[in-house]
Design a binder for this molecule. Structure first.
Ligand code: AMP
Ligand code: MN
Ligand code: MN
Ligand code: MN
Length: 290
């Protein structure tokens, strides 16, 4: 079986977290962009998988159950994507519930800080934007843009929401190792999301990736989204050294975010084993579980 990498997108978001499309709309957008195998990986929730899987089946494209889990390694937030997870797994569900509560508590804290900055009704408005899905900093960024406090979301993060800024509230996410354990319990593969986006020095990043591999992590994202071709080469080095597979994904959130295109994922280096050919993901009976 061979897929061209640009037909594969294993990292994306819907309205179940901070994406702008409904899960079925996302499946359609993937199809329209030429993607033939994709994963929905909402932040800390599997609630959109059934709808996305149903639409993917109607379009005759492959769907992989996914989730992007917020974790902590040495005080830093690290995102771990679980692919091919069994959504009914009790351990995974309990873990995600725990994080969902952390998100609610953190949202209340962020809202208090924003209200002190003069943003009215921040919590109820953010809840409304999230429509019952996970409340993320992206929703608060949207409020700040709506209120004309900042020009765009980037500035909202830079001035208010990024680590250490005025409305930042730390969340005590579970350890990276714990989240990997949940993913494995649910028969999934653990993928380290966007390894170049944590603002780490090379040596710290390599230590983090070693900890990821030691905990049973399976693959590193090395293409798609904001990754450059040079990033791919850097991360491929780590994958070779530690015997990890490679994954690709756009980290798509919003069609208006024009610089991130669905399914525009560069090919993996030829000697890197693609995570999507792993039996757990390429066996469609396991993949189209919902
Ligand atoms: P959260 O998981 O609630 O802390 O929110 C993190 C999300 O906010 C990420 O998944 C991105 O979608 C978005 N985000 C983080 N940093 C930035 C930034 N500097 N500019 C725009 N969006 C960002
Ligand atoms: Mn996001
Ligand atoms: Mn992420
Ligand atoms: Mn993401």
């Amino acid at each position: 079986m061979s897929h061209h990498a640009s037909h594969i997108d294993l990292h994306s978001h819907s309205r179940v977290s901070d994406g702008s499309l409904r899960p079925a709309e996302l499946a359609q957008a993937m199809f329209d962009a030429g993607v033939r195998m994709f994963a929905l990986t909402d932040h800390d929730s599997t609630d959109g998988l059934k709808e996305a899987a149903t639409q993917a089946r109607a379009l005759d494209i492959k769907f992989v159950n996914g989730v992007e889990i917020s974790t902590r390694w040495e005080r830093q937030t690290i995102h771990v994507v679980g692919l091919g997870v069994q959504t009914e797994n009790a351990e995974l569900l309990r873990g995600l519930k725990f994080i969902q509560q952390l998100r609610k508590d953190r949202a209340a804290g962020i809202a208090r800080k924003l209200e002190r900055e003069g943003v009215a009704d921040a919590l109820s408005r953010a809840r409304k934007l999230a429509e019952g899905g996970q409340i993320t900093r992206n929703h608060f960024a949207q409020l700040l843009v709506e209120d004309g406090r900042v020009k765009d979301k980037q500035k909202a993060f830079k001035q208010f929401l990024a680590d250490g800024k005025r409305a930042y509230v730390k969340a005590d996410w579970p350890a990276m190792q714990t989240a990997i354990h949940w993913i494995k319990s649910a028969q999934g593969l653990a993928v380290l999301a966007h390894p170049m986006r944590y603002g780490m020095t090379g040596s710290k990043r390599r230590r983090m990736i070693e900890a990821f591999a030691d905990a049973g992590g399976d693959a590193l994202e090395m293409g798609g989204g904001p990754n450059t071709a040079a990033d791919t080469q850097v991360i491929a080095e780590d994958a070779r050294r530690l015997g990890l597979m490679g994954s690709v994904g756009s980290d798509f959130h919003d069609p208006a975010q024009g610089w991130i295109k669905l399914g525009i994922c560069p090919p993996l280096p030829a000697d890197i084993s693609p995570v999507w050919t792993h039996p757990r993901l390429s066996d469609s009976s396991a993949v189209i579980r919902s």
